[in-house]
Design a protein around this ligand. Structure first.
Ligand SMILES: [Zn+2]
Length: 456
């Protein structure tokens, strides 16, 4: 496989490539609003087919379709599952855009539109890399399977069931995808996992109705105090989570994890400025990246009870509610943790009920997993400098369908610029990011093809 020949083709057909990219971005595909998603899937199916991919098709899920296709490499070559998502965030607030969100506008080599970077620019980079190989008469050195999710921005509600039902079709040696931004220092990044998530809500009941606090204070049950006591029993002032067994399944950091965390650039002054805080919170024995990437978190995201308007109101609240959202790390299981929380709350106050809103397991690929070195080398080649390795990111996605359901390592390499404005007005992606993404995907194919799949 000759990378240079493929890149020369891309350069010679650059206007055509940019046009394909712009057309993909111009087709709205907002999963949250069911706006144009299937039409965008059809467009990309056509792109895959036109780029030499076999059997490109839409496949139904319980929601928006996935786009799937395959391209064979030499027999015995490893198989790469190229994941991406073609849905986008809603464009709101539309008034805050300088250009219409679904009318892609090129300004100084940068394309402004919803989905320009997240994720269509990155999806197109990987697709156009394959097209460049095929159009120069080169067989990819690896087998490729393409899987484009139509509901990622909606938390991929149907992807787990789809992947579970199509294990044979999706079987591969590794999953590779491009999403997110390079480091603010412009160094490239390889992400090896995501945290999971458990969201719950509490409801505390006092009396049947709010009661006069002068007549009933200290004898009537107070929903607000009940809720406060339950919440305070879950986390101490130092940030330690107190629910019994909460940390039991937290996986120990490896030496490699520790080294990787130590090598992530950290500027405390900048961190404090972004947070608008005087100090970093949480237990002092854990470092910033350990806390944000490899340790679980418990966020009390909302509390509502009684009266908080002007003046005083003399009543005992009969109802209090709260929402809490936790980020989980391997090997924590959202269902097991939810049961522990229910038991804990029952012990503290049986008048407080807990309901589960959503749960997604965490996902990790070991830093020394098979093909890890190949991906790292490919990224270094394409970007001209060694990537920063993130053992995990702090946020959550359905990455577990690859690492757990399909049992393969999964690597995410962001192609987006640091100022991509992902999910915000004036999202953008540079044509040079597209070009570099194409180079990165070509390098990934080349390095994976010659890599020993054996863990180092
Ligand atoms: Zn997104």
């Amino acid at each position: 496989m000759e990378i240079a020949r493929a890149l020369a083709y891309a350069d010679a057909h650059w206007d055509e490539y940019v046009d394909l990219y712009i057309r993909a971005v111009a087709q709205p595909s907002v999963a949250a609003q069911d706006y144009g998603v299937r039409a965008c899937g059809e467009l990309l199916r056509g792109y895959l087919e036109d780029s030499g991919v076999d059997g490109a098709r839409l496949m139904e899920t319980g929601g928006q379709p996935v786009v799937f296709g395959e391209l064979h490499g030499p027999s015995g070559a490893p198989t790469v599952l190229v994941y991406s998502h073609y849905d986008v965030q809603p464009a709101d607030p539309v008034d805050a855009w300088n250009t219409p969100p679904f009318e892609p506008t090129l300004i100084d080599g940068r394309l402004f539109a919803r989905g320009a970077g997240d994720n269509k620019g990155q999806l197109m980079a990987n697709l156009l890399a394959v097209r460049s190989l095929v159009r120069t008469g080169q067989q990819p050195p690896v087998h490729l399977k393409f899987l484009y999710d139509g509901e990622e921005e909606n938390a991929s509600p149907n992807l787990p069931a789809f992947v579970d039902a199509h294990r044979d079709l999706l079987r591969a040696d590794l999953c590779y995808f491009a999403d997110g931004q390079v480091h603010p220092s412009n160094r490239p990044v390889v992400n090896f996992g995501v945290r999971g998530q458990l969201a719950i809500e509490f409801e505390a009941r006092g009396g049947e109705t709010d009661l006069h606090s002068g007549h009933w204070g200290e004898v009537a049950p107070s929903a607000s105090w009940k809720l406060v006591h339950v919440l305070a029993s879950m986390k101490d002032a130092q940030g330690r989570i107190l629910v019994p067994g909460f940390y039991d399944q937290v996986r120990q950091m490896t030496e490699a994890d520790r080294t990787a965390l130590d090598e992530i650039p950290y500027d405390e002054a900048q961190v404090l400025e972004i947070m608008g805080a005087k100090r970093v919170a949480g237990p002092a024995e854990f470092g910033f990246f350990e806390k944000t990437l490899l340790r679980p978190s418990m966020n009390l995201s909302g509390v509502q009870t009684g009266y908080t308007g002007p003046g005083a109101r003399s009543a005992i609240p009969s109802r209090a509610v709260a929402k809490m959202e936790m980020r989980l790390v391997p090997d924590q299981d959202p269902d097991v943790l939810f049961e522990r929380i229910v038991e804990h709350v029952r012990r503290v106050d049986p008048d407080v009920t807990v309901r589960k809103l959503k749960g997604l397991p965490p996902s990790r690929t070991a830093l020394d997993a098979p093909f890890s070195d190949a991906v790292i080398t490919a990224v270094a080649n394409a970007f001209g400098q060694a990537p920063i390795l993130f053992p995990s990111v702090g946020a959550t996605s359905a990455d577990f369908v690859f690492t757990r359901t399909l049992g393969m390592p999964s690597f995410c390499v962001p192609y987006g610029p640091p100022d991509e404005n992902q999910h915000s007005p004036n999202e953008s992606f540079r044509l040079e990011d597209l070009r570099r993404g194409i180079a990165c995907m070509l390098n990934v194919m080349a390095e994976v093809a010659v890599a020993s799949p054996v863990s180092v």
